[in-house]
Design a protein around this ligand. Structure first.
Ligand SMILES: [Fe+2]
Ligand SMILES: [Fe+2]
Length: 231
């Protein structure tokens, strides 16, 4: 069992610190498709986003499923789009760094399209390895494991979001190769890789930062980028 699930209190704390990210699940793709005709690549990314939102079924909305776990702890969090949420003292400043990154990058989806492809690959491929043990820990401590069970399944790399992300990258690079040539394709691959590693490093920072080491600006940026719209 992982240390973050040594006791029910450890697991509860881990869940609370995940709230800013899990309550904005899928946000990095919120502006991924323009109005009008879309490409194969955009279609795959939108399919991931639609799943994160629950495909029209509010009970399947990933954020709603996470709210259910928090409620099972006897905690009622304020709405994620509120000042009260970002002012919560029980959530560490460092817990806002990862969602601020996904919120901010989503504001420039067309400008950073290749980087967002890389970010999607990292997020989806790293989800099942995180959620498989989390589901066991939630079950062990009598908490609702649905959020983690659903992510272990839907993000899988065989035919789930992990595969969608990989296929989207292959499609995108083929489109660039056909339209702009091999050199351009290599440049776009480098940008995809940059997005992948930037996301990975951001998460590492999330894990090792201690209270007070990250600027309080993260809370402010979280709320601002929730409402900003840039195209
Ligand atoms: Fe999700
Ligand atoms: Fe996903």
């Amino acid at each position: 069992m992982h240390r973050w699930a040594d006791t029910k209190e450890h697991l509860s704390q881990w869940l609370i610190q995940r709230a800013p990210f899990n309550l904005t699940d899928g946000v990095w793709l919120r502006n991924i498709t323009p109005t009008g005709p879309i490409t194969d690549t955009e279609g795959l990314l939108f399919a991931i986003y639609a799943d994160e939102l629950g495909n029209g079924d509010y009970k399947q909305n990933h954020c709603n499923v996470f709210v259910d776990i928090i409620r099972s702890l006897g905690i009622e969090l304020p709405p994620v789009r509120s000042r009260a949420f970002v002012d919560l003292k029980c959530i560490l400043e460092s817990s806002f760094t990862k969602p601020v990154y996904t919120l901010a990058s989503s504001l420039w989806s067309q400008t950073f399209f290749p980087e967002i492809l890389g970010q999607t690959l990292w997020l989806e491929w790293n989800s099942p390895p995180e959620h498989a043990p989390a589901a066991k820990a939630l079950e062990k401590w009598g908490l609702n494991p649905t959020f983690s069970i659903l992510h272990t399944a839907i993000d899988n790399v065989v035919n789930g979001h992990g595969r969608y992300a990989l296929n989207a990258i292959h499609n995108y690079l083929s489109e660039i190769d056909a339209r702009e040539g091999h050199k351009a394709m290599q440049e776009h691959w480098l940008r995809i890789w940059t997005g992948y590693t930037a996301c990975k490093l951001n998460v590492i920072e999330f894990r090792i930062t201690v209270p007070g080491c990250v600027s309080p600006a993260c809370r402010c940026a979280f709320l601002l980028t929730m409402y900003m719209s840039v195209w």
